[in-house]
Unconditional design. Structure first.
Length: 186
């Protein structure tokens, strides 16, 4: 490997989680057959960290959970957070919204109950809502097979700008007097 430092930087950059020194050693050994000590790897990581501290970059290399990871500097949190909000808003399908509404109004609820209401399988939709952290597993039902119970998460509350479930709109909030037929009787 010609430039070990660039290879280490590439490994850390490409990883979604922090990368430990041992993982870096194992990957380099598997690719090049060269063996580097933990101290050598740490020296290269320290040099990479210094590069990102002095260069005026929006990202930095931080030590997290026994490994290293590139993260956006705290100064850019609001900007990146807003991007994530925009992207997550765009990606809720009609099926996801329907499933999320059922969970929000009927929580805690099992997957079977959701499927009975919607009339279709909800495996994929529930998985996507869990990945987006809009719902959470809140426990297990006492029913046969002890199915998982789902409820909304705190991110759901942030996403929709509500403090608790009592602030969810009620059916009466959606009625439109213009669409009524006939005269009102008192």
């Amino acid at each position: 490997m010609e430039n070990i430092r660039l290879n280490i930087e590439a490994l850390i950059f490409a990883s979604e989680q922090s990368v430990s020194v041992k993982e870096i050693q194992a990957v380099i050994m598997a690719v090049s057959g060269e063996e580097f000590s933990e101290e050598e790897i740490k020296e290269h990581v320290t040099a990479i960290q210094a590069k990102y501290e002095d260069g005026g970059f929006a990202i930095g290399l931080l030590e997290i959970n026994g490994g290293y990871q590139f993260l956006t500097r705290a100064d850019y949190y609001q900007l990146v957070h807003q991007l994530q909000i925009q992207r997550s808003k765009k990606k809720l399908s009609q099926a996801a919204l329907e499933t999320l509404a059922i969970i929000a109004y009927r929580q805690p609820v099992t997957k079977l109950e959701i499927e009975q209401i919607r009339g279709v399988s909800c495996d994929y939709t529930i998985q996507k809502l869990l990945e987006k952290e809009l719902i959470a597993i809140t426990g297990k039902s006492d029913g046969i097979g002890k199915p998982l119970l789902y409820g909304t998460s705190s991110l759901f509350m942030d996403y929709f700008g509500i403090r608790n479930n009592s602030e969810l709109p009620q059916l009466k909030d959606f009625t439109n007097d213009e669409n009524e037929i006939g005269e009102k009787t008192e």
